[in-house]
Design a protein. Structure first.
Length: 294
């Protein structure tokens, strides 16, 4: 197969199908008919000698070959977009483009709306896709292009990634109470709601163990967004990042209290693929995100 025999618009069809997992949504994204997408998929299957996408109960699922092709095709299209931006960097067309930002839901709760507004000012009509991640998996997600940018408390120590410290985090207590403080004795005797991907141990347990103390966890969740429903009407306490505690309290009427346990502060970092740092679109998005932490 020679490249002169291939309609390079098929690569845009491939990217849209992989991102959207649906022929109808891919058609909407590209502004074409669904039959055009179906025809493009048939041609792609001939070019790559593979089904590429198979129908499931939840839409179109990529095959192994499609997942192998995705980073190569996306990089090729990104280079084309960068070349067009070089003609006139001040005139950008963001309609139909998207940026995938990886973050845990505490950052999404606290900063998501600010990110949307700041990015819209710099890149109008660009679609922002928030995707859940954390420090243990973020490097792999950036390198396989599942994410374009990511915000976590670390995890970017990889040679092909760049990072920037944008802030510093701390921990605070979230309760359904009128009290203005909580002592260590009260903190230890209360029931706790733990937010943890594993569901058993958190940084609070480590801090208590250092003092020979422990706590009673009555429930565990992997989502900060569930806390209002778990805490309302109870005497339980949740110890979570301060930015999320403040954002949840503003929306729900829960109260934020200083944590009586000395827990370490941590850096908040923005990470990206070093190779992609000259993409004008990603530069604008990075600038927008950094501005939200200043």
């Amino acid at each position: 197969m020679n490249i002169t025999q291939v309609d390079l618009n098929l690569l845009k069809t491939f990217e849209a199908l992989h991102d959207e997992s649906s022929a109808s949504r891919a058609a909407l994204r590209l502004g074409v008919t669904q039959s055009a997408i179906s025809a493009g998929l048939r041609r792609l299957r001939e070019v790559y000698d593979d089904p590429l996408f198979v129908r499931t109960g939840r839409g179109l699922a990529p095959t192994l070959r499609a997942n192998q092709l995705k980073p190569v095709i996306s990089e090729a299209l990104d280079r084309c977009r960068q070349s067009l931006a070089m003609v006139d960097p001040d005139i950008q067309q963001y309609q139909g483009r998207s940026v995938v930002v990886g973050l845990s839901d505490d950052f999404e709760i606290a900063y998501g709306r600010q990110f949307m507004e700041a990015i819209a000012q710099r890149a109008p009509k660009l679609r922002v896709i928030f995707r859940q991640t954390h420090s243990q998996i973020v490097a792999a997600a950036l390198l396989d292009r599942t994410l374009d940018l990511a915000i976590t408390a670390g995890g970017f120590a990889q040679g092909r990634l760049s990072r920037q410290v944008v802030g510093e985090g701390d921990y605070r207590c979230l309760v359904d109470s009128d009290q203005t403080s909580i002592g260590l004795d009260d903190f230890v005797t209360r029931e706790h709601v733990l937010v943890s991907s594993g569901g058993f141990i958190g940084i609070t347990d480590e801090g208590l163990a250092a003092q020979g103390l422990s706590r009673q966890v009555c429930a565990s969740t992997s989502h900060f967004a569930a806390l209002p429903y778990l805490l309302k009407g109870s005497q339980a306490v949740a110890t979570i990042p301060g930015h999320a505690a403040e954002a949840i309290a503003r929306m729900t009427g829960l109260r934020v209290l200083p944590c009586p346990l000395a827990l370490p502060r941590y850096p908040v970092e923005l990470g990206w693929r070093t190779q992609a740092q000259l993409d004008p679109m990603l530069l604008k998005v990075r600038e927008a995100i950094v501005a939200c932490f200043i």
